[in-house]
Design a protein around this ligand. Structure first.
Ligand SMILES: O=C(O)Cc1cc(O)ccc1O
Ligand SMILES: [Fe+2]
Length: 460
């Protein structure tokens, strides 16, 4: 029987974390497993192998550089060749299969809640709904819906070579065992698994569902705070990274599944990938509880840009312009005076993909935007509150008001034009035909030309 550190422990005891965002962490499951003062001594402690995992180019500037040293029982390179798996069905990169169309659509789109699917595991639950760019060029992003009901096989691990996963859990609990340690993702929590890190997902509380933003370039950062100062929004200390844990299994056949350029590959090895006894570095998975977000807003008048709700951002090469921002709309007080409090009507050079974890989004009270559903307002697609929300908000008494109680909506906002996959547009059968008509056609002109005033220009 393989030796496990956790034999006989309860679920809670298995999860311990170290706190901090972009913090240099170190962790050892056995005292003395980390070499002191050197990364790659001639003989690392206890006969471990040293392996370096790079998340950025070696020469990336210090403030961007992300590398982690792993001290493990066997290095990762010992495995059979990767072979394609399910090559005719598994494709999360339509751009590199010309017969798989990706649709660029200027219309506003909205999806009914996505179904739970109890027949598949994590790896097979990933459905690309929208995306931009191409993982082979390390540029752009993919947006997935996941719905799974089965644990990954006991001796299976998965990694994406394509990018970093930001997992937004909508339903259930994810038990994620990573090479760097264990993470339990509970409702209202998110989790980031950087490119290349291997993990196995099991479902202790049954079926799970949610959304994933995969960024093919860069990594997630906390947004700049500018004049806000040194605190607020997501505070660094609330991000939790796992601690090292390992199994000592060098006799079982393991299958390593890999998403590479959107396709699935598999290799075999006769040792567990979860054999990291100690690690130190800046490249690691982490989770964050959205309830800890310190939400700020206007305390005088006018509706601020939603960038004040940014949890994490992945910047493009142009400062302030994000390949993707992860933005949330948590419960909060609205107090602005003489203000139309919901979002203004707008057209945005960025694309906006929205989802709802639970409750109701305060800009869409008309009923069509539901938990586990989604919407996409692509580059320059006009949108804003639906007619009923507009009516209510234009006439509401402007006393302090708590919105979003028990609710959590979110947005993946990108500077890129986002295309919708065949699955997203047709196969999933969730696109709402009447979205635009139901939301905004009921809006009536309210303009009253004032009598006795002269009109300049051609509006005579
Ligand atoms: O469209 C949306 O609902 C998201 C959004 C919210 C907001 O408060 C301001 C702009 C914006 O795009
Ligand atoms: Fe918007």
């Amino acid at each position: 029987m393989p030796f496990s550190q956790y034999e006989g422990t309860t679920r809670e005891e298995k999860y311990r974390y170290q706190n901090g965002f972009n913090s240099y962490h170190e962790s050892e499951a056995i005292d003395g497993a980390l070499p002191i003062g050197a990364n790659s001594p001639q003989k690392p402690p206890y006969g471990l192998y040293a392996e370096k995992l790079s998340g950025t180019a070696f020469t990336a500037p210090r403030h961007e550089n992300q590398q982690t040293w792993l001290y493990r029982i066997l290095p990762s390179c010992g495995h059979s060749n990767f072979e394609p798996r399910e090559s005719s069905t598994y494709n999360t990169n339509p751009e590199n299969k010309p017969y798989e169309k990706i649709h660029h659509i200027p219309n506003q789109l909205r999806w009914d809640p996505f179904d739970l699917d109890e027949t598949v595991d994590w790896v097979h639950s990933l459905k690309l709904i929208a995306g931009a760019g191409d993982p082979t060029m390390k540029s752009g992003l993919g947006i997935y819906i996941f719905a799974a009901g089965k644990d990954m096989d006991e001796h299976e691990a998965f990694y994406s070579a394509d990018g970093d996963f930001l997992i937004v859990l909508q339903h259930g609990v994810l038990d994620i065992r990573t090479e760097l340690g264990r993470i339990l993702v509970r409702p209202n929590e998110i989790c980031v698994i950087p490119r290349g890190i291997k993990y196995r997902v099991t479902l202790p509380d049954g079926p799970v569902r949610g959304y994933i933003l995969e960024i093919y370039q860069g990594h997630f950062q906390l947004p700049e705070l500018g004049p806000i100062g040194s605190n607020c929004l997501a505070n660094a200390r609330d991000f939790q990274a796992p601690v090292a844990d390992f199994d000592e299994d060098t006799s079982t056949e393991w299958h390593i599944l890999c998403k590479f350029a959107g396709h699935l590959f598999q290799a075999k090895q006769n040792h567990t990938p979860f054999d990291v006894v100690a690690w130190h570095g800046l490249y690691y998975p982490y989770k964050y509880d959205l309830a800890r977000f310190n939400t700020i807003g206007s305390i005088s008048f006018d509706h601020p840009d939603p960038s004040i709700f940014t949890v994490l951002t992945a910047q493009s090469d142009h400062p302030g312009t994000a390949v993707a921002d992860f933005v949330i709309f948590p419960p909060r007080w609205l107090v602005a005076e003489d203000t139309f409090r919901p979002p203004w009507y707008h057209r945005n050079t960025m694309s906006e993909f929205m989802g709802l974890i639970q409750g109701q989004y305060d800009a869409k009270t008309g009923g069509g935007f539901q938990p586990a559903g989604a919407s996409l307002h692509n580059v320059m697609a006009g949108h804003g509150p639906d007619a009923s929300t507009h009516e209510k908000a234009s006439n509401a008494e402007l006393k302090p008001m708590k919105v979003g109680e028990g609710s959590m909506a979110f947005m993946f906002e990108s500077c890129l034009m986002v295309g919708v996959t065949e699955w997203g547009l047709k196969t999933c059968k969730k696109v709402q035909e009447g979205y635009n008509a139901e939301s905004w056609e009921p809006l009536k002109p309210r303009f009253k030309k004032p009598e006795g005033k002269s009109v300049r220009g051609s509006g005579l």
